[in-house]
Ligand binder design. Structure first.
Ligand code: HDE
Length: 719
């Protein structure tokens, strides 16, 4: 029997290299097909029948086994974050942090820790579109030498609610409505906005959700946030508060909402495919891990409560220190075994990392194990290969559904003498986990802290920090979402909430909805107990001391590379090979992926008879799948494209979505056929003519900018 361990990639943690892991490799190594009992199969095409044309026999164990297994292939999808895509990788530490934490993986410069990362949308089902307007999950499992640490975050740094007890309500409200299961993967419906309009604490998160952050260009171009304030604890048992950030090295970029909706039809797997292809091509996605550190003594120094998950700590107040880099370098081998069966848990921490009393986090500490019990079918889900730690597990947990480990001997209790006291308890010096000894002396109450009552100051901070086009997108998104709400009172309540954030914002949304703004004297808050005194819950109206925060706007993101950007090159028979090949080479050299789109698949001949392979036809590709478009020269090619409506539409759509579009000098003629037109003052990001070398240089500079959103303001084109 060949050993399969040797064939697995190096960064698969050792104790996950089990024999059953690699069916494809088994097939590739020429093994016989067998039943699950190991019996070799002679015929996998016909069931056992009584006679030539007779009924199938019950005794056909090969048929029964195959069909029974198939009938049980599905497990319940996650109640939230069902739609996900994942990858393996490695985290490498830059700076040891002994002063902050005793966590081993944060203490040795250059140390590499294997990781598995799952990105997800929240509301949609497992098969829903990647481009839904939604929060993205960003869950990282670190397989450290001291056990697994899961950083189960999102691509937005705050959350809708302040207490976990409201989570089922939030999720029920956003999921498809229960009577007709409509709409899928969308928050644009009555129940969601009904709930939100009665919960002013969600105001800040709503700003993020209605911003372009909710429609990322790529999973590789999103930030990640731990959301809650955590603790780091050093070997002297000193604690610091910490917020975790993931900063993508490719910058933070998004698509346009119109584009997102088109992508959902043209390629609902857009993000999944993008992640898979990038890793497959060796363009490994990278993020730096950042921390904001707050000494214990400064806990109450801020105008907001560090335990309130609807608040960020503006980077102007506490800078983000980058402490290491995560690189995703391997696609999963099997979606189900890895991406579907991975079980994250906020409660998976290692010595040196600890929790705080954030009531949202506290509730999560219960929910994640609880949900796996039913989703993965019992208490042994930690034994599924993707969930196993790389360090051995020894304890007295036994039995239960699907137990894999065969525990030997008769001792399954502690203390014991029959097993020589094993396994031993680990003292602090031996890496035993001890909880931070936070002092708590309080009354048991079911109430919200007064320090959690400011709901609007950071919503306003977020809005004020956006560029004009980003503000407009927010207004458009709110107008779209609330426009889909059928109940007028809900729309009115939401406009009132918006007026607490920014008067201009509320006025513009109200105008689009045909409503008048009614600014409430006291903001609506229905999230109070039956006999609670409303005064104790009334939101506090205050201003953030930070008026604008640069990192909150995507305008200020990294724009220094075109690595992995997809560029469409539109060609037809007779294209000028010089303007094609020189541009293609320049783009490829800069790290982009340049692909030929033509009227038909196959190959075509260029002007001087060079054979050009075609990657996409106008039938299979759409401009929304690309970051930029180039039209090379060639009289015949341009002539054909000008007569091809799909080609003109392709350019118009790219123009509408504010993408860079470049035209070779001899392709200029086509401009008149497009919405760009032949104007003297050509728009930013539209590059025309000149020699191919300088055209390529300007085009690359334009692609680095990602989008020219300002174009929307003066050119509402119909595309
Ligand atoms: Fe989750 N969340 N969550 N969540 N969450 C789940 O666990 C929950 C929250 C997040 O790729 C569930 O295994 C509660 C915040 C991610 O497998 C469940 C509350 C943040 C993922 C659950 C929250 C998250 C989940 C569903 C309110 C960002 C996907 C399936 C207190 C910091 C992980 C599962 C993956 C998944 C509960 C709020 C992130 C039900 C009760 C805030 C990325 O346990």
């Amino acid at each position: 029997m060949p050993t399969q361990e040797s064939k697995l990639p190096d960064n698969v943690p050792v104790n996950r290299k089990t024999e059953n892991l690699e069916p494809d490799m088994e097939i590739a190594t020429g093994e016989f097909m067998t039943t699950d009992q190991g019996v070799r199969i002679n015929n996998d095409s016909d069931s056992l029948k009584a006679g030539d044309r007779g009924p199938t026999l019950m005794e056909d164990f090969i048929f029964r086994e195959k069909m029974t297994h198939f009938d049980h292939e599905r497990i319940p999808e996650r109640i939230v974050h069902a739609r996900g895509s994942a990858a393996h990788g490695v985290f490498q530490l830059y700076t040891p942090l002994p002063q902050l934490t005793k966590a081993g993986f944060l203490n040795k410069a250059g140390q590499e820790t294997p990781v598995f990362v799952r990105f997800s949308t929240v509301a949609g089902s497992r098969g829903s579109t990647d481009l839904a307007r939604d929060v993205r999950g960003f869950a990282v499992k670190f397989y450290t030498d001291e056990g697994n640490f899961d950083l189960v975050g999102n691509n937005m740094p705050v959350f809708f609610i302040q207490d976990a007890i409201k989570f089922p309500d939030l999720v029920h409200a956003v999921k498809p409505e229960p009577h007709n299961e409509i709409p899928q993967a969308a928050s644009a419906h009555d129940t969601f906005w009904d709930f939100i309009s009665l919960m002013p604490e969600s105001a800040h998160m709503i700003m993020w959700l209605m911003s372009d952050r909710a429609i990322p260009r790529s999973l590789r171009m999103m930030e990640g946030f731990g959301v809650h304030t955590f603790r780091l604890v050093n070997d002297k048992d000193e604690s610091h508060f910490v917020k975790f950030h993931w900063k993508p090295l490719l910058g933070v970029h998004s698509v346009a909402w119109d584009e997102a909706q088109v992508i959902s039809g043209k390629d609902p797997d857009f993000h999944r495919r993008d992640l898979w292809e990038a890793i497959d091509k060796g363009i490994f996605p990278e993020w730096e891990l950042g921390i904001q550190v707050i000494p214990e003594a400064d806990e109450h120094k801020f105008e907001f409560d560090l335990l309130d998950p609807t608040k960020i700590i503006p980077e102007e107040l506490v800078p983000v220190q980058r402490i290491g880099k995560m690189t995703l370098n391997r696609n999963p081998d099997n979606f189900f075994a890895e991406t579907e069966q991975v079980a994250f848990h906020v409660g998976n921490v290692v010595p040196g990392i600890d929790f705080t009393n954030d009531p949202l986090m506290q509730g999560r500490l219960f929910s994640y194990t609880d949900t796996q019990l039913i989703r993965l079918g019992g208490p042994n889900f930690h034994e599924i290969p993707i969930n196993r730690s790389i360090v051995p597990v020894h304890n007295h947990q036994r039995d239960g559904f699907m137990r894999q480990q065969i525990n030997k001997g008769r001792v399954s209790y502690h203390p014991n003498s029959l097993g020589s006291g094993c396994p031993f308890l680990a003292g602090k010096m031996q890496g035993g986990f001890t909880s931070f000894t936070e002092k708590i002396d309080a009354q048991k109450i079911r109430m919200r802290s007064k320090s959690f009552r400011d709901h609007f100051s950071q919503a306003t901070l977020f809005f004020n920090s956006q560029s004009e086009p980003e503000k407009q997108h927010l207004i458009d998104a709110l107008s779209f979402e609330l426009g889909k709400v059928e109940t007028k009172e809900i729309r009115e309540r939401m406009v009132s909430i918006l007026s607490m954030i920014d008067d201009g914002l509320a006025a513009k949304v109200a105008l689009n909805l045909g409503l008048k703004v009614q600014k409430p004297e006291t903001p609506i808050n229905k999230n109070i107990p039956a006999d609670g005194n409303p005064d104790d819950y009334e939101p506090v109206i205050m201003k953030s001391s930070v008026e604008k925060s640069a990192p909150l706007s995507m305008v200020n993101t990294v724009k220094d590379s075109i690595e992995s950007r997809k560029i469409a090159i539109l060609v037809a028979q007779g294209v000028d090979e010089n303007s094609l090949i020189e541009m293609q080479d320049a783009l490829t050299e800069a790290g982009a992926v340049a692909e030929i789109v033509a009227p038909k698949l196959g190959t075509l001949s260029a002007e001087k008879d060079t054979i050009v392979p075609v990657k996409h036809s106008f039938l299979t590709a759409s401009s929304v799948m690309f970051d930029a478009v180039y039209v090379p020269g060639g009289i015949n090619s341009i002539g054909t494209l000008m007569k091809t409506p799909e080609a003109i539409y392709f350019i118009n759509q790219a123009y509408k979505h504010c993408k860079p579009v470049a035209f070779d000098e001899s392709a200029k003629e086509i401009l008149a056929k497009t919405n760009i037109g032949e104007k003297d003052d050509i728009d930013d990001g539209i590059i025309v003519g000149g020699d191919v070398k300088s055209l390529a240089t300007s085009f690359i500079e334009a692609i680095k900018q990602h989008r020219f959103w300002e174009r929307e303001a003066f050119h509402k084109n119909p595309a």
